[in-house]
Design a protein around this ligand. Structure first.
Ligand SMILES: [Fe+2]
Length: 366
């Protein structure tokens, strides 16, 4: 008996969705409705490498009455991108970002030499983390109008160049293939974690990865920490203290990050370079330690209303002068760990002492 094909899901941005085979991902087509441009709209065209845009709410401490959206026009079509979604634009595509709701901010990563793909699921098996079915790409859209003075911004060799033309670059009437822009709603990510004790490696939260030739070492992993349940027993539940060979750029899209009680606000970012030790701040550590052994220590709790992310790379980033001289730089960041003290104590020294002979992590990468 033939199986009946399920109805294609409908996006709130537009009704026309259909599937196309893509490189490592199957994505659906999306055509947003036409929008009225406001005087705040800003238009820019950039032809660059792979880019990933991460949007967040406009105001740092509270949700806006109407969240600002991005309207991204590419040579393959348009994508309406609300906060909490990411967009990937492959190298070479011309695109424009309109701001129909006014100013907005977000995070961008640009990579060279590889493309994003879904991570291997390993023992997870067939389902979990980001699913290929949730990645959307636009249907073809074009404009055939006279556009004198249309400025193209082109990135080449690390520098930006401009060119002027009298026609729109968005003149592709149809397309097929698997080298296309796409977007993804981060709320559709299916998180995995421990269900009894200890921590899973943070890589279990990888949405997309750009691999290197060395297995397990990423040019860039895009990792998120979405709302989820914490259920580990007899375990220090916040992220553990560690240092590792990857460099970690973290950002907070909204809410509160579980490892920083304060000082890490939405729109902010932190950078822990290779082998820089880091972990929860003193306030979070002490609050967690004080509960251990108590009646609520093992009660399942839900982290809600939060979305943090991380760009994790095997490369060592260089911080530009603009960032180093920025008035927004937090020179007192290190003080979030001031006051940390050990809560360990010696047990019975008279008994036999046994230890595992192999912790299974020779590389110590995490
Ligand atoms: Fe880390």
């Amino acid at each position: 008996m033939a199986a009946r094909r399920p109805a294609a899901p409908r996006c709130r941005c537009g009704p026309r969705l259909r599937r196309r085979p893509l490189h490592r991902l199957r994505r659906r087509q999306l055509l947003p409705p036409p929008r009225i441009r406001s005087p705040h709209v800003r238009r820019q065209q950039v032809n660059g490498r792979v880019r990933l845009l991460q949007r967040r709410r406009r105001l740092p401490h509270r949700a806006t009455a109407r969240d600002p959206e991005l309207l991204i026009t590419t040579e393959c079509g348009k994508m309406l991108v609300p906060p909490g979604e990411i967009v990937v634009i492959p190298q070479g595509f011309r695109f424009a970002v309109d701001l129909p709701d006014g100013p907005s901010r977000g995070y961008v990563s640009e990579i060279f030499g590889a493309h994003f793909q879904l991570p291997d699921l390993g023992p997870i098996g067939a389902n979990g983390l980001a699913s290929a079915r949730d990645f959307l790409s636009p249907t073809a859209w074009f404009e055939q109008v006279h556009r004198p003075g249309y400025v193209i911004v082109q990135k080449y060799g690390g520098e930006l160049f401009t060119a002027t033309q009298d026609f729109s670059p968005f003149n592709v009437v149809a397309w097929h293939g698997n080298y296309v822009p796409y977007k993804y709603d981060l709320s559709k990510f299916c998180p995995f974690n421990t269900v009894l004790f200890d921590h899973a490696d943070p890589s279990v939260n990888t949405v997309l990865t750009a691999p290197t030739d060395k297995p397990g070492v990423a040019l860039l992993d895009f990792v998120i920490f979405p709302p989820r349940w914490l259920v580990a027993e007899n375990t220090f539940r916040p992220p553990y203290y560690h240092r590792n060979c990857m460099s970690e750029f973290m950002g907070l899209i909204y809410g509160v990050y579980e490892a920083k009680a304060d000082g890490f606000l939405p729109g902010g970012a932190s950078l822990h370079s290779c082998m820089t030790p880091h972990g929860p701040d003193t306030k979070t550590y002490e609050a967690t330690i004080s509960k251990l052994g108590g009646p609520d220590a093992n009660t399942p709790t839900r982290l809600s209303g939060t979305l943090a992310f991380m760009f994790e790379s095997a490369l060592i980033p260089r911080v530009c002068r603009w960032a180093l001289e920025s008035p927004s730089r937090d020179l007192d960041y290190y003080q979030c760990w001031i006051g940390l003290k050990s809560h360990f104590s010696h047990g019975n020294d008279d008994g036999p002492s046994l230890a595992p002979t192999d912790d299974g992590d020779k590389d110590g990468e995490k």
